[in-house]
Design a protein around this ligand. Structure first.
Ligand code: AMP
Ligand code: ZN
Ligand code: FE
Ligand code: FE
Length: 293
């Protein structure tokens, strides 16, 4: 039983359409796939149709851009009702922030002697609803300015890079509550990735979020070393948070994130589905639920 709960399609910054992503999950023997595009549910419908056609079980989710005590944090929202107004409004604010940032990013690049315009980015970004730095990176690759997305982030777009521009993100504590009220279950994505210390997401930070409704943490992720995984798993056990593992697949957009490279244990998926079912019952909302193969 292969369960991969965090992947991206071209409706955000992956490179495969939702249907191709689901087909590739089938080819990689993934039994349960989570589609978690950044800040959008645009891919849900196509993925649901493909999941039925290819016999893959589907967990519909969103990777929501949040901030927690000044740091960016990604929250995986599984199976929320996307029509719940507070959720829909927050996602719209984030998407608006993404679009508003693009001209400012391009101005910075122009100041550095790299002249690309909005149309260049839109051409390479295809059907995305969540315009982001990866698409600017793709435009830079197309222009021959850099070799790949990694070089674009290292040279220009990373948080310390000369073309970095911030954007709106949701308040994490608020969003954990919103996801629960929308009938969903929330899991922190790669909480200890690329950090020298754990910042605000230490034991007391995680316990505080759990009190607000956080259900789990993503432990098995490519950005967590074996030691980080061991420590985070132990902490999750101590707190009673469920634990997931996933590829964070982005198609050709991220190397070393092939479908099924990390997986979630079946009993942890059961816990996740149980949390979502209880949240949906408590909120009285019609949440999407697991689409069975
Ligand atoms: P944005 O959401 O526009 O701020 O862009 C952040 C997204 O860019 C992350 O969620 C990743 O998917 C992607 N990303 C970050 N760093 C890199 C990198 N070095 N190479 C490729 N993609 C990256
Ligand atoms: Zn991404
Ligand atoms: Fe992420
Ligand atoms: Fe992701």
């Amino acid at each position: 039983m292969l369960i991969d709960l965090h992947t991206h399609s071209d409706r955000s910054d992956g490179t495969e359409s939702p249907a191709v992503l689901v087909r590739r999950a089938r080819e990689h023997a993934v039994d349960v796939l989570g589609l978690t595009d950044h800040d959008t549910t645009e891919g849900w419908q196509e993925a649901a149709e493909a999941a039925e056609a290819y016999g893959v079980a589907l967990v519909r989710g969103i990777e929501v851009s949040c901030t927690f005590r000044g740091a960016g944090v990604h929250l995986l929202a599984y199976l929320p009702d996307p029509t719940y107004t507070p959720l829909a409004e927050e996602l719209q604010l984030i998407l608006d922030g993404r679009n508003a940032r693009l001209p400012a990013t391009l101005d910075r690049l122009r100041g550095l002697g790299v002249d690309i315009d909005v149309d260049d980015v839109r051409r390479v970004s295809g059907e995305t609803a969540a315009m982001g730095r990866p698409h600017v990176a793709d435009a830079l690759v197309e222009r021959g300015v850099v070799a790949d997305r990694n070089e674009a982030f290292a040279t220009f777009l990373g948080p310390q890079g000369p073309a970095y521009v911030g954007r709106y993100a949701a308040d994490l504590e608020t969003m954990v509550g919103v996801v629960a009220d929308a009938g969903g279950a929330s899991v922190l994505a790669h909480p200890w990735a690329r950090r020298h210390d754990h910042g605000a997401l230490d034991e007391s930070g995680l316990a505080g979020l759990q009190a607000l409704g956080l259900a789990g943490v993503e432990v098995d992720h490519q950005d967590h070393s074996p030691l980080v995984r061991e420590r985070l798993r132990a902490l999750a056990d101590r707190l009673g948070l469920l634990v997931t593992g996933s590829s964070d697949h982005h198609g050709a957009g991220k190397v070393g994130h092939e479908l099924g490279c990390n997986t979630t244990a079946p009993d942890q998926l059961d816990r996740l589905l149980d949390v979502a079912a209880r949240a949906a019952a408590a909120s009285g909302r019609t949440a999407p639920g697991l689409l069975r193969a």
